[in-house]
Design a protein around this ligand. Structure first.
Ligand SMILES: Nc1ncnc2c1ncn2[C@@H]1O[C@H](COP(=O)(O)OP(=O)(O)OP(=O)(O)O)[C@@H](O)[C@H]1O
Ligand SMILES: [Mg+2]
Length: 223
């Protein structure tokens, strides 16, 4: 399965989700490769740090940022793996569009810290609708999408209101919504700087969240 962690909005957790899912799936025995489609190379650096720190299992990461060759290179890489996870750049860019076309599944992290996260995500969902229809018309493999609430603080009114708007977005655009919400936890950043995923780290709550996210994803993928 080819999965993209995508949103046009920056800083919503695309790279964090891509890395943590890769770690969780690798520990379940899947053959996983990360694709860093962002020029800033955040996930490539994380993968390098993982290797420098001798963390096993190693998770390969290839950097693919040329929109012209992107789809072909992704498909070629996919032949060697069970799962590719594409970490997308925060832009309405040709590469993000290519990633949507090439993927079987989109995970769209949305932070509930402010309104603009939700508004920008709507632009992505508009584009997703176009792509879903175009793929359907062409008889291509379907692409599914699930929204994921990230950096959530359930005791903050703004966050619960924003989570309600995310639910409405899922209905309006006929996409899924992960039941699990990722909380706002320092552990996500702490694990990242060491080249770890939170399932390999000491924060129990973060680990439970990523375990739940992975279970939901696997259930959807095998449904
Ligand atoms: N659930 C969370 N709780 C706390 N911090 C988080 C959480 N998710 C992500 N972060 C932190 O927020 C910052 C942005 O996350 P990340 O880099 O994953 O976002 P991104 O969408 O990939 O950003 P960009 O658009 O720049 O690529 C990072 O410092 C990361 O550690
Ligand atoms: Mg990123």
């Amino acid at each position: 399965m080819i999965i993209s962690s995508i949103n046009y909005k920056g800083g919503v957790g695309k790279s964090t989700v891509a890395q943590n899912l890769a770690v969780a799936l690798v520990h379940q025995g899947h053959k996983v490769c990360l694709v860093d489609a962002d020029n800033t190379r955040a996930t490539s650096s994380w993968s390098d740090r993982r290797d420098e720190n001798g963390i096993e299992p190693s998770i390969p990461c290839i950097s693919l940022t040329n929109p012209k060759s992107f789809a072909k290179q992704v498909r070629a890489q996919y032949e060697q793996y069970d799962v590719l996870i594409i970490d997308c750049p925060p832009a309405l860019s040709p590469i993000a569009v290519k990633a949507m076309y090439t993927s079987h599944f989109l995970i769209i992290p949305i932070s509930t810290t402010g309104g603009s996260d939700v508004w920008v995500s709507e632009q992505l969902l508009e584009k997703f609708q176009e792509i879903r229809e175009a793929k359907d018309d062409a008889g291509d493999d379907p692409v599914n999408a699930q929204l994921l609430v990230n950096m959530h603080r359930s005791n903050v009114t703004l966050h619960t209101l924003a989570a309600g708007i995310v639910e409405q977005l899922a209905e309006t655009y006929e996409v899924g919504l992960f039941k699990v919400k990722l909380g706002n936890r320092v552990a996500y950043g702490e694990a990242n700087v060491s080249g770890l995923g939170v399932v390999e780290y000491s924060d129990r709550k973060a680990k439970v969240e990523i375990d739940r996210l992975t279970r939901e994803l696997v259930a959807l993928a095998t449904a």
